[in-house]
Design a protein around this ligand. Structure first.
Ligand SMILES: Cc1cc2nc3c(=O)[nH]c(=O)nc-3n(C[C@H](O)[C@H](O)[C@H](O)COP(=O)(O)OP(=O)(O)OC[C@H]3O[C@@H](n4cnc5c(N)ncnc54)[C@H](O)[C@@H]3O)c2cc1C
Length: 232
């Protein structure tokens, strides 16, 4: 098996490396000391494709192969661990669920918006105060149907990008009886009334990658914001 990078992947690596050397690495120390997310570099990542690594081109992304996506995050990590974590979470956690399982409407509405660098990013909230490794047994954040809407109540922890995200894909229990088909993912725009994002956690490192507690108090979103099938 040949593990060498293709010419196209080598060119991509060089392009991303040069971008990171100019825009990301010089700010790494400042980002770590101040805890300020590097928006200046992130704005320029949209046109380069770094905010849509897994997003097909028809939805405004770069749609690169898995090795090229890994190369991009590796190069970002070379320049600044915080920025790399935020961009990795945006791509891998915040957009991939929509790419893989979202409806056509959700793809059209959200993917171009978060891939172009002009807006905020994407986030995924799984972890809760009582649910880390054991999401299946521990998640108590719930969503119940009310007319054409889901009503979400609960609390999440350690959500990367929450304060710099357009939406948070939220893992919720949709069947109170529990069991292996009781969890669903629902997209909650961060400006929805009832979404409360706590202050950035004071971590031991990666200060420029904001991590937050998020609470949901009677958060109403359309039923169509379900990603994939209910309970799956
Ligand atoms: C910087 C940072 C960013 C994060 N970003 C996100 C995010 O964007 N979205 C999100 O949803 N979450 C996020 N998280 C949370 C992360 O996913 C959880 O911390 C992780 O799932 C582990 O859960 P926990 O911390 O509750 O640890 P626990 O599940 O309590 O585990 C603690 C320890 O016990 C071990 N352990 C657990 N269960 C068992 C078992 N059955 N047998 C043996 N050992 C076991 C674990 O391996 C671990 O060493 C983030 C966390 C950090 C630190």
């Amino acid at each position: 098996m040949n593990f060498d990078l293709t010419d196209e992947q080598k060119l991509w690596q060089k392009t991303v490396h040069e971008f990171v050397a100019n825009e990301v690495q010089p700010k790494a120390h400042e980002v770590d000391v101040t805890g300020e997310f590097n928006w200046t570099a992130t704005r320029k990542m949209g046109p380069l494709g770094l905010l849509g690594l897994n997003i097909p081109e028809e939805y405004g992304g770069a749609g690169v192969d898995a090795v090229s996506a890994a190369i991009a995050i590796e190069e970002l990590g070379w320049g600044c661990g915080s920025t790399a974590l935020a961009i990795a979470a945006h791509n891998g956690l915040g957009t991939t669920p929509i790419v893989l399982y979202g409806s056509e409407e959700l793809k059209k509405q959200w993917l171009p918006l978060v891939a172009n660098g002009k807006n905020k990013l994407a986030a995924l909230a799984l972890t809760e105060p009582g649910a880390g490794s054991d999401l299946q047994g521990g998640v108590v954040t719930k969503a119940v149907k009310d007319g054409n809407e889901w009503v979400i109540n609960g609390a999440k922890m350690w959500c990367t990008n929450a304060s710099i995200a357009e939406y948070i894909i939220t893992l919720v229990r949709t069947d109170p009886a529990g069991g292996s088909r009781s969890l669903s993912q629902i997209l909650a725009p961060t400006d929805t009334p009832g979404v409360k994002i706590g202050p950035a956690e004071k971590k031991m490192g990666l200060h420029g990658s904001p991590t937050h507690a998020v609470t949901y108090e009677d958060v109403r979103v359309p039923l169509d914001n379900l990603i994939g099938e209910e309970g799956k």
